[in-house]
Design a protein around this ligand. Sequence first.
Ligand code: ADP
Length: 354
Amino acid sequence: MTTKFRRIGVLTSGGDSPGMNATIRAVTRAALENGVEVMGIYEGYKGLMEGNMKLFSERDVSNILNHGGTILYSARSPEFKTEEGMARAVAVCEKNQIDGIVAIGGDGTFRGATDLTLRGIPCIGLPGTIDNDITATDYSIGYDTAMNTVIEMVDRLRDTCESHARCDVVEVMGRNAGYIALNTGVAVGASIIVVDEIAFDEDAAIERVIEAKNNGKRNFIVIVAEGCEGFAEPFAKRFEQKTGIETKFARLAHVVRGGSPTLRDRVLAAQMGKEAVDLLLDGKSNLVVCIHEDKICSMDIGYALILDRMYKGKLKDGDLDAFSSEQAAEMREFCRVKAEQFRDLYNTAYLISK
Ligand code: ADP
């Protein structure tokens, strides 16, 4: 451990997710065990700029790991993105002897972490979002809980669909990513899954539903990803007209962002929180902690953000300039495997949907 670290800050930023509290607890306790003080920073980067913070003891993070939301609260701060905002944040860190920060959130949060690192405050990012839309990691903290909430709710809808021979078209969160929709669609035995990543053949899907109906099937669940903006509700109407099955529409929005984290999210929070502290105290910075093939690892934030754009087909001119041709090839392979796994699961879901 370098002697540099007297005190680190921890903050949650961007959209909240179940498991953020378990992460705050893990970061706090791991740092204190290493003789490093912990400043809990309220309301993300906004609170950092404003000096809204409190020195945490072990007891300040007692009895929080099973609670949803974040005891540090979250906020979005456009002001932080400005030079003036950054300078304020750095000055607050210096005044409060904060030598490094663990920032829990999504892409935007990591960009902020890079900006702070460049200005002399080493940061480590932890992926906290239900959407799982951070390409670098197989799982983000909160994703598993959100999916379990979706399946609990849709299982209930299915009960009543079966009684009344109905369909429920359910739109689920996930921002532009279809991970929640695809995985919960498989888990609830959806007849149809619609995600933005894969072209949807409506006629073929409807035909399969009619075949299943004629074969005695009574309950129908359609899961649509939030990323397919404006699709779900009108589709419910078309579905009813084309199949003759009475169809309801439901949107599971922020209800799946709350609640007690699952075992998987709690374990991930513990592992990632400890890793973030280890990395900081090892003198590392500008990294996002990830889990890949069941191993906790980390990735340079700059690399992770470009990888993310590549996966989402949003690369801009010059994005790859800072990387070697080997790194670019490695990124392409990473994205190829990830997209293939996604498509394989989609195909499996389709195969067993009737
Ligand atoms: P998420 O972290 O979930 O992606 P946001 O995109 O809203 O959520 O980002 C959270 C916060 O991170 C923003 O309110 C802002 O303070 C900071 N942030 C976002 N983008 C940047 C950026 N490009 N540079 C610096 N800070 C940023």
